[in-house]
Design a protein around this ligand. Sequence first.
Ligand code: FES
Length: 114
Amino acid sequence: MADEKIHLCVLTELAANPAMGFAIKSGGGDLHIFVVRHNDRLYGYINRCPHTGVNLDWLLDQFLDATGKLITCATHGAQFRIEDGYCIHGPCSGESLTPIAISSHDGWVFLQPG
Ligand code: FES
């Protein structure tokens, strides 16, 4: 991953759509991540289900269940808490998504280096 923070989007985009996915150039390929805005906080995770390693979303930026309160995997329906990525239901119960550092400044959302 880059040594400098990376602009992902403007914060207002995450008001209209509370979860968004991004592909970040990393080494020879893309790192797939997503950001969720929930209760005025930002949470970021690698877009990879702990069950099989596939991306979680089934359509562009579709990471949440119908309630908007849980992250869900489109493949086998695992459900994860937004706040810490912990899987509360599904074939990878007890495992967690991999968190990434997200920040917000001057109306922008950034991926922190590391
Ligand atoms: S691949 Fe995500 S629950 Fe099976």
